[in-house]
Design a binder for this molecule. Structure first.
Ligand code: C2O
Ligand code: CU
Length: 481
């Protein structure tokens, strides 16, 4: 049950009974507040989308995470030098139920400082893992405890937020799967962590990061694509099964466009949250940071068949993974698709919902890497953690319309921490995506309008999820209060 009646502009209102001595003043203040307390149509429509606070059920799930240099059998099984969480690449996939509290005791055994950011999870600001903004960097040898209760069920992930173009590329990423209080009875629930690696001729990781080439393009694109650390792995299923398949793109820069047309597959969730209805996967782009949850029905007469899922983002068609059907058919679980969330339409035009802010995306020469990526002509300085001068303010519990204007020819998957948003328009033309996101791909020279209702106070990062772009400056802060 989703309720968020307490998200509205009127909630800061003192509740009666008024303190007796101050009665007349309290009434006067209340009356003044009431005049300015008209819920906007956007806010009224938003009501019921997702809760503004967590509902802890009293259970705490404890996890230990250690980041360290390791050797893991990857790709062809030969030991490969990585940096890993708990000696695994991909890192652990933690599964919890909605309502449970997560306590992660994290120890940094890397040769450099780090933090953990919980991508897409609406956490208290102090748990967001942004060095110099929400916490000091976690130095080598230090331990930090992350603790929070997720407010939303869905597919989320975690990764470092310090030197992330190097740390994520070396293998530091894991998944956080928050199951519904009563998960729909899928035959199986699988996760595909999609990544690419830039390898040398000798098959080791290419250890120059943030190169001029990466910066001048769409970040670091690898020459080997893996799913769950393997090249074109095979998922074995039985005829008749109904599979929930969670796709997660952890690549530094590469965008995937998974071709699922060979399958009976529907998108049920985007960036964690359920969509308003099951959607065709055609046309979905999986940019760095994005997740897609699929509802796949394996035909009951498909014994012996193989379905290959290809990436078609570039002209080179690349096989990602395979689904192989074999065995005795099972009865297909019948249940209504979980994709029936309340998603506001937010259809009023720009005149009625004026922009609160515009973020212009561009590049210039300079900085430690020779090229800097800018937001409104400013860069985030990661060496000093100095926050950009012009911090955008977003009022909590109110609707804001924001615009990304890509003045460059490169791709920018723009991500905002601590909130979900909905794409409202592309190049001035209204679009109706029946789902929220936390990362939206802004194409070359494109302008994209989004709408959001922030639910949590704090300093939240807004940045490009092409990690080289973020590292060279394309990051800013929005302040919600
Ligand atoms: Cu996936 Cu600022 O993060
Ligand atoms: Cu970018």
């Amino acid at each position: 049950m989703i309720v968020n009646d307490n998200i509205d502009t009127c909630r800061h209102f003192p509740a009666p009974p008024w303190p007796s001595g101050r009665l007349p003043i309290a009434y006067l203040l209340a009356a003044i507040a009431l005049i300015g307390c008209q819920r906007s149509p956007e806010l009224a429509e938003f009501s019921g989308s997702y809760p503004d606070r967590a509902s802890p059920n009293g259970t705490t799930r404890e996890f230990q995470v250690v980041a360290a240099a390791s050797k893991v059998p990857l790709f062809d099984g030969r030991p490969f030098e990585v940096w890993a969480y708990n000696e695994q690449v991909p890192g652990p996939a933690f599964r919890v139920r909605l309502g449970e509290t997560i306590r992660v005791t994290f120890t940094n055994k890397l040769p450099q400082p780090t933090t953990i950011h919980w991508h897409g999870v609406r956490v208290p600001n102090a748990m967001d893992g942004v060095p110099g903004v929400t916490q000091p960097p976690i130095q080598p040898g230090e331990t930090f405890v992350y603790e929070f209760t997720p407010k939303d069920a869905g597919t989320f992930w975690f990764h470092p937020h310090l030197r992330s173009s190097e740390q994520v590329e070396r293998g530091l990423f894991g998944a956080l799967i928050v199951e519904d209080e009563e998960p729909p009875p899928y035959s199986r629930d699988e996760l595909w962590v999609i990544d690419d690696w830039l390898l040398t001729r000798e098959g080791t990781l290419y250890e120059e990061f943030n190169t001029r080439h990466d910066l001048a393009h769409d970040g670091r694109w690898g020459n080997l694509i893996t799913v769950n650390g393997q090249r074109t792995p095979r998922l074995m299923v039985r005829p008749g099964e109904r599979v929930r398949l969670r796709l997660l793109n952890v690549a530094n820069g590469r965008v995937f466009a998974p071709d699922l047309s060979a399958l009976d597959a529907k998108v049920i969730a985007v960036d964690g949250l359920y969509a308003a209805r099951p959607l065709s996967p055609a046309g979905f782009e999986l940019a760095p940071g994005n997740r897609l949850d699929l509802d796949i029905r394996v035909p009951s007469d498909a014994d012996g068949q193989r379905f290959t899922i290809f990436d078609r983002f570039t002209r080179q068609v690349i096989p990602l993974a395979e689904i192989t059907v074999s065995g005795e058919p099972v009865t297909t679980p019948q249940f209504e698709s979980p994709a029936r969330a309340h998603v506001p339409a937010w259809k009023r035009p720009e005149e009625a919902t004026p922009l609160r802010a515009t973020f212009r995306l561009n590049a210039r020469s300079g900085g430690p890497f020779g090229i800097q990526w800018t937001i409104n002509d400013e860069v985030m300085d990661h060496a000093t953690h100095a926050l950009p001068h012009h911090r955008q303010h977003l009022p909590i519990g109110e609707f804001s319309r924001l615009r990304f204007t890509n003045e460059s020819y490169r791709l920018h998957p723009m991500h905002i921490h601590g909130m979900f948003f909905k794409v409202l328009a592309r190049n001035g033309v209204a679009v109706d995506e029946p789902h929220f996101r936390d990362t939206a791909l802004i194409h070359s020279k494109e302008s994209v309008d989004i709408g959001t209702v922030p639910t949590d106070v704090g300093k939240w990062m807004l940045h490009c999820h092409i990690l080289e772009h973020a590292e060279s400056g394309m990051m800013t802060v929005v302040e919600v209060n």
